[in-house]
Design a protein around this ligand. Structure first.
Ligand SMILES: Nc1ncnc2c1ncn2[C@@H]1O[C@H](COP(=O)(O)OP(=O)(O)OP(=O)(O)O)[C@@H](O)[C@H]1O
Length: 762
């Protein structure tokens, strides 16, 4: 049914503005809506599978049909009358906004194209005894996989599409080399992208027949860092002693902040985390401070920090993770005898996730494999998503140049996802120009094709997804079957908040930042806190940078507040800074903040942005900051969150509660055996789920704004990386994939992601 009543007002979904759905949904949840016919409480269905409708809380739908649209006007008791030409005419009030700017847009199933063609398999002519033995025990490999396993000498590049069994190939190849070719395990180096992957490889190898655990243990398996660190620690134990390792980012942060002081960077305000990322990028691409040409003021500042950081480490004899690789390269090139020893020892190199290799790693592998050139690299250029860390898919794309006479094997049978998902992913990724052409082939069809759905905004997106998850869980899906993927951590705020109100178990990335703890969000919330309490010291301290005032004034403010018996905010408003313009602005601060008492949180944020100088501050930060960091986005996100609250206190309580929940869920995440996964797309790489929801697939979401900016400046690499991210997200799904295309994002009209053009109906 499409009509419900709220007190005496009619709520008609057919004419109600789209923007009000979430409000009506929340009101219904609070029990404020009822059926116009039987008066029972009703709820709003706001999900993905069907159009929105009201349903009775207790009765079965069949018992009361509610009211149809035609008879609605007739039967609803009029509650107001107007006098017209002497007649008293009844008027029915409706919760509507007559402008139907956004109507409900039904979901679209993405049709699979071309249609499914089952793979026709010829009887394989297997010559290897070991592989025959595996086949007899039910372990399958396709012909290309067999070729990849058994081509042992020379350099081989395996271009392995998503879900094509590269892990299976790598482990079987190692087993084949050990058992059938009797290769000395100590001469094999197997490099994985994560430590977890290395452990899993060994665990899998232990399940292969006829392998001795001793041989498996003698294989050198690990990440680039662990392997090359072992070499360094063996040859220069003093220099590379573990006690000298800078393990944590906060330790690096401390060194950077000392450096920042020398060029007067504000400790709280400057984005040190992004500076750290940039320094890591430079190091991983083998760019030492003297090699760097800065392109902006921000880069200049970061370069200064980079120099300071390197000097400090050298002074104190410290090293970080990136130094392990650079250090090992330098050590080996400076000690030819040692290099030769390793070149003789390691005859075979097996490298996983080759698309994510960076310059230093690449140079190291080239150096070590120079004698034998027995390099086996497995990767998928379509899944290269770590450019910001210095990874470069070009090493995979130009493999033949660096390793002449190499062989290439393409794995394009996908064993994970349905044909409907694979054909969607194929059509999207083929628009990238810098890639090795390959078309993934699925092994089975599924009755549900990927679905594009159209929420109003991020809030409704979260509501619709949680409703859908509820239906899935009731239909027998397990929480572990489900993942919600997003481009950046802030994108998960609404979904996190909605899930936190349910009893469904869910896990989030441990290092994901809590939205309300983000620097600018905290600053804006501090203004709101001052509306409630003018003596909130923490809030005063947090807003000082926004007003371009140094922290040093805090002690004066405290003293003045006691001496003059006035609030901290009052004192701040009256301080003298020596700049008439600034003092005039500060004078207005107190009356402005006081005038906001009783206003809605959203109105307060907008006022603070425009009238109290927050907007100017954002602009200044934007022009000086890194292109990835757009503070104004945080404030837009905050406005979307604030929209649903009527009072400042309610909103502040909500933010406090959500911050506490965030900590709690992170703690719990480790222990949960069954949980819905909330993850960035980056973190979901290599994982698979029956059902995947992808958030904010609009321009500015995926692709991220920074990639669109780069494109405007004529640089297409970032946009191609963003397309790969969407490809990775879609190919995590085994059976069902739901792609959200909100009409509005961060309060602005959003456009369907340009990446979806190839799959939209014509
Ligand atoms: N020849 C095969 N026959 C049947 N199943 C297979 C075959 N090869 C791989 N698989 C299965 O397909 C799934 C995907 O394999 P795997 O995880 O090794 O893929 P991947 O290439 O590492 O994926 P991605 O790069 O997308 O993370 C696994 O469940 C694996 O057991």
């Amino acid at each position: 049914m499409k009509i419900a009543m709220k007190n005496n007002e009619t709520v008609n979904l057919n004419i109600m503005d789209r923007e009000n759905y979430q409000f009506v949904y929340d009101e219904a949840k609070k029990g404020k809506l009822h059926c116009p016919t039987c008066k029972e409480q009703v709820r709003l269905y706001l999900g993905i599978q069907e159009e929105p409708y009201f349903y009775h809380m207790l009765q079965k739908q069949s018992e009361c049909k509610g009211l149809d649209i035609e008879s609605a006007e007739m039967s609803i008791e009029p509650i107001e009358y107007v006098e017209r030409n002497g007649f008293r005419i009844p008027v029915t009030r409706m919760i509507v906004s007559p402008s139907k700017q956004y109507t409900f847009q039904p979901s679209i199933h993405v049709k699979a194209s071309p249609s499914f063609q089952p793979t026709v398999r010829q009887e394989s002519n297997i010559t290897s005894h070991y592989i025959k033995r595996l086949f007899n025990s039910g372990f399958q490999l396709d012909d290309q996989q067999i070729k990849a396993v058994t081509t042992v000498n020379g350099s081989v590049l395996v271009v392995a599409g998503a879900g094509s069994g590269k892990t299976r190939v790598l482990t079987t190849r190692a087993a084949y080399m050990l058992h059938e070719l009797k290769i000395d395990p100590k001469s094999i180096m197997l490099v994985t992208f994560t430590a977890k992957a290395a452990t899993e490889m060994k665990e899998r190898l232990n399940q292969y027949p006829l392998l001795s655990p001793t041989d498996i243990n003698r294989l050198l398996t690990g990440t680039f860092h662990s392997i090359f660190y072992r070499i360094l620690a063996y040859h220069e134990p003093e220099r590379w002693h573990p006690s000298k390792l800078i393990k944590k980012d906060w330790q690096k942060d401390q060194i950077l902040k000392e450096g920042g002081k020398t060029i007067s960077l504000d400790e709280k305000e400057f984005a040190y985390d992004l500076a750290l990322q940039q320094i890591g990028y430079w190091k991983n691409t083998f760019l030492l401070p003297q090699d760097i040409q800065t392109a902006s003021r921000w880069e200049e500042q970061v370069l200064h920090l980079y120099k300071h950081y390197e000097q400090e480490k050298e002074k104190k004899n410290l090293f970080d993770f990136d130094d392990m690789l650079i250090g090992c390269y330098k050590y080996l090139t400076d000690h030819q005898d040692v290099l030769e020893m390793y070149q003789n020892r390691f005859q075979y190199f097996l490298i996983d996730e080759f698309q994510d290799i960076n310059k230093v790693q690449y140079e190291l592998i080239k150096l070590l494999s120079r004698k034998t050139a027995n390099l086996f690299a497995v990767g998928d250029d379509d899944q290269s998503i770590y450019a910001f860390r210095g990874s470069d898919p070009n090493y995979l794309l130009s493999f033949e140049k660096d390793f002449p006479n190499s062989k290439m094997i393409i794995l394009n049978e996908n064993y994970r996802s349905s044909h409907e998902i694979i054909s969607t992913a194929n059509r999207i990724i083929e628009k990238n120009t810098t890639r090795r052409k390959k078309t993934m082939q699925a092994q089975y069809q599924h009755s549900v094709s990927p679905l594009l759905f159209y929420p109003f905004d991020e809030e409704e997106e979260a509501t619709m997804i949680v409703q859908d998850i509820n239906e899935k869980l009731q239909n027998g899906y397990a929480p572990n079957d489900i993942a919600i993927l997003y481009r950046t951590n802030t994108g998960s705020r609404a979904v996190f908040e909605r899930l936190a109100t349910t009893s469904f178990p869910f896990r989030i990335d441990l290092d994901s930042e809590n939205f309300y703890e983000r620097y600018l969000v905290k600053s804006m919330l501090s203004f709101l806190r001052l509306i409630i309490n003018e003596d909130d010291q923490q809030a005063i301290s947090q807003i000082l940078p926004v007003l371009f005032i140094r922290q040093a004034v805090m002690s004066d403010l405290k003293a003045n507040s006691i001496l003059n018996d006035c609030s901290m905010l009052e004192c701040l408003s009256n301080i003298t800074t020596g700049h008439a313009f600034q003092e005039r602005k500060l004078k207005k601060l107190l009356p402005s903040i006081r005038s906001l008492k009783g206003s809605k949180p959203l109105d307060c944020i907008e006022f603070i942005e425009k009238e109290v100088g927050f907007g100017d501050y954002l602009k200044k930060r934007g022009s000086e900051g890194n292109s990835l960091e757009k503070g104004s986005d945080d404030i837009r996100d905050l406005k979307v969150a604030a929209k649903n609250f009527q009072t400042i206190i309610d909103f502040l309580d909500h933010t406090k509660h959500m911050s506490a929940m965030n900590k709690e869920i992170k703690q719990l995440s480790k222990q949960l055996e069954q949980a819905i996964t909330l993850s960035t797309i980056h973190r979901a790489k290599g994982l698979e789920y029956r059902v995947v929801y992808i958030l904010d697939v609009v321009d500015g979401g995926i692709p991220h704004d920074y990639a669109l900016d780069s494109l405007r400046n004529g640089e297409s690499a970032p946009i191609e990386e963003e397309r790969r991210l969407l490809y990775v997200a879609i190919t995590r799904a085994k059976e069902e994939c739901y792609i959200a295309i909100p009409h509005k994002r961060r309060g602005k009209n959003a456009k369907t992601s340009r990446f979806l053009a190839p799959i939209l109906p014509k």
